[in-house]
Design a protein around this ligand. Sequence first.
Ligand code: SF4
Length: 67
Amino acid sequence: MSNDDVKTPYVNETCIGCSACVAICSDVFDLNDDGKAFAIDWMNSSNANWIDDAIAACPVNAIHYKD
Ligand code: SF4
């Protein structure tokens, strides 16, 4: 997979700050000062499977891929 194929995740405003995504993939997700998750600027395709796991684990479906 080249970087051209990498999709960038983002967290929308429905995040409740449960930190599940951070626990699953701390290379990609972190919590901001408001206790909401955000996706770290990310271009490493080796994390792709972890991102899918984080998306599946999010209880409010707040993680999506940018187009
Ligand atoms: S798993 Fe979902 S609700 Fe929990 S911190 Fe991550 S984005 Fe927010």
